[in-house]
Design a protein around this ligand. Structure first.
Ligand code: ADP
Length: 618
């Protein structure tokens, strides 16, 4: 019930349209009543000799010429009535569709914006397909539930009307006809309670099918590379077949329910017929009366059946609503505190104070982490894979919140700053630059949506991207595929660096920006990054220790703990893990030998995956 009430809120902005549509429904049925009249007039008054009814009576005693005029008038009149009837129907369907679709859109928009606000930890645990299913397919339910209200109300009104007339004719038979109501009521209740769980399961399966499609399309490169098209196809097919079977079984149940409702009303009719016949036998009821009562009882049962089956089929919508509201009710773990501050451009002083963090279902991802970055400093973070480097850095823009401890930006706890304002202070360049399927210019402009074309070009020049962009046949207007597949990894990375230039935030996070790029392209990007880092507090995660040699402070993480810190020279002198990692890498560069010790994954130095061989979409 609660869900229905909430769904009704979406009707509120459109109540005028909804009312107009209800009025038109009444008009349409009234104009429907007019439809048989022209024929009656032709038969009785034009062809026959009956006097015209009511207002038309003064045309009585018509000559043949008059009758011809009347005939024309009636024919034109009937045309007008038909036009009126259908005109109203068109208008009504226009109104209904527009407010129904707008309601669906509003509900869907709420779901979409909510899904975007949900925290990373939510998205870590849910599959994209399920979310798409909820947003795109379950949103219809809000309108569905409300649209069912009109036929329900109509049925209820005609039920009352029919019952009243029947009661006037024969109260006993009328009351007897209602004896089926409790049975109908219980069968609806029984059905609803049973069917909801099944509906939930079937919808879950349908969402799962969508997840498989979504995953397969976004993993297409891997699938094609391993030649696993058939495997993915059968995975999809098997899952979808299970969903189809479940859906069929569900539909059978729904039909059986409709059958049960019909059976109950048929038994009711039989009861009325039996009792009425018996009364007629006893001479207490004329046969004519019995016929009339039976006709009316049938008329009572029609809306009763309609109500029961509508309530039954509404279960589908109710379950959809539950899924959709379930998503809406998931609170984002990370939100603005009441009275969160909006800050201007930060200076960029960052302090981590005794930070601990754990992913759901994991233990101690980070422990006792404290360090400080002065404005403009470069803090490098290194350590073996899985040590917690990315996690540490994702606490700063509050992708996750620390379990204990606090992070200060210019002396203010980041949890007291409005999320939008906090994230405005930070640019992030990731290892795998994600680009939108839009033009290169639009992708760069994502850093600041109101940037002019000159600013976009300036940013591209700073990122060493301008030259390769202008060499493309369409230059800045080159459309990129969903993941920017027509250009190489190095080029993609330079576009994402240009984006960061345009955003011009005081804090910069570089999460291994060059680790998947060959060394020749790396120097071009490092050059651009040097320029980008100037005047910004930078946190840089790097595997290749040579790239962080000049950092003001290097933090070495191991199993979620900060085990060493200092400058490059200090750490080398100390002879700890950093020294070990460094020696391993320099030796490797000399010998071109790659032992994957401690998880320092480094792509082959002679790799040619960069600019020379643009990757192509399969
Ligand atoms: P690094 O960046 O040093 O390679 P990460 O910060 O990515 O390490 O990971 C640290 C640890 O946290 C690893 O054990 C990893 O498996 C785990 N981890 C990373 N991301 C998640 C996540 N979204 N959910 C649960 N555990 C995670």
């Amino acid at each position: 019930m609660n869900h229905l009430w909430r769904a009704l809120q979406y009707l509120r902005p459109y109540w005028r349209m909804a009312t107009a549509s209800a009025v038109l429904t009444v008009l349409a049925s009234l104009s429907g009543l007019l439809a048989p009249w022209p024929l009656k007039i032709i038969v009785d008054n034009v062809l026959g000799t009956q006097p015209l009814p009511g207002v038309l009576a003064r045309f009585a005693a018509l000559s043949l010429a008059d009758k011809t005029t009347l005939l024309t008038a009636v024919v034109v009149g009937s045309l007008v009535i038909t036009l009126l009837h259908h005109g109203i129907a068109v208008l009504q369907s226009y109104l209904t569709t527009s407010f129904e679709q707008r309601m669906i859109l509003d509900f869907r928009s709420d779901l979409f914006s909510h899904a975007q606000r949900l925290s990373m930890s939510f998205h870590d645990q849910s599959r994209a397909g399920g979310l798409i299913y909820a947003i795109n397919f379950q949103a219809d339910a809000a309108a569905g539930v409300i649209m069912a209200a009109q036929p329900l109300a109509q049925s209820a009104i005609s039920l009352v009307g029919m019952f009243w007339i029947t009661y006037k004719i024969n109260p006993v038979l009328a009351l007897l006809s209602l004896s089926v109501v409790p049975f109908l009521y219980f069968s609806v209740i029984y059905y609803s309670s049973r069917i909801q769980k099944r509906l939930m399961t079937v919808k879950g399966m349908e969402g799962e099918s969508l997840s498989i499609i979504h995953e397969a399309i976004s993993m297409l490169r891997v699938i094609v590379a391993f030649g696993r098209e058939r495997h993915e196809y059968s995975r999809f097919r098997e899952q979808a077949e299970r969903a189809v079977h479940a859906r069929i079984r569900l539909t059978i149940r729904q039909t059986v329910f409709a059958l049960a409702v019909n059976m109950i009303t048929t038994i009711g009719s039989a009861l009325v017929l039996g009792y009425g016949g018996w009364q007629a036998l006893q001479g207490k009821l004329t046969v004519g009366d019995l016929l009339i009562v039976i006709a009316y009882i049938a008329a009572v049962y029609a809306p009763l059946e309609a109500i029961s089956t509508t309530i039954g089929s509404l279960q589908d919508q109710v379950v959809s609503l539950r899924i959709a509201f379930g998503l809406l009710d998931t609170q984002p773990e990370i939100r603005d505190e009441p009275g969160a501050l909006t800050i201007g451009r930060a200076k960029g002083a960052v302090r981590f104070e005794d930070i601990a963090f754990t992913y759901q279902g994991r233990v101690d991802t980070l422990r006792n982490i404290s360090f400080e970055a002065k404005p403009g400093q470069v803090i490098a973070i290194c350590g073996p894979t899985g040590a917690g480097k990315t996690t540490l850095i994702s606490l700063l823009p509050r992708f996750y919140d620390a379990k204990s401890g606090r992070i200060l930006l210019d002396g203010t706890d980041t949890r007291k700053i409005a999320l939008k304002s906090l994230r405005d202070q930070i640019s992030i360049v990731l290892q795998d630059p994600l680009l939108f399927s839009a033009s290169i210019a639009e992708n760069i402009r994502y850093g600041r949506l109101d940037a002019t074309m000159e600013e976009v070009i300036a940013a591209a020049k700073n990122a060493n991207a301008h030259d390769f962009i202008t060499k493309l046949p369409q230059g800045y207007d080159t459309q990129l595929g969903e993941r920017g597949v027509q250009i190489s990894g190095g080029e993609r990375q330079r576009i994402s660096v240009a984006r960061a230039f345009l955003k011009d935030a005081p804090i910069l996070i570089l999460d291994e920006p060059t680790s998947s790029i060959d060394s020749k392209t790396e120097s071009v990007i490092l050059d651009a990054l040097d320029r980008l880092m100037a005047g910004r507090t930078t946190f840089m995660i790097a595997h290749r220790l040579a790239t962080i040699r000049h950092a003001d402070q290097i933090l070495v993480l191991l199993f979620g703990e900060l085990i060493e810190r200092g400058t490059h020279d200090e750490l080398l002198a100390k002879g700890g893990l950093y020294r070990q990692l460094f020696d391993m890498q320099t030796k490797r560069t000399r010998t071109k030998h790659t032992p994957a010790i401690l998880g320092t994954e480094e792509p082959p130095e002679t790799g040619d995956s960069g600019d020379n061989q643009p990757e192509r979409a399969p």
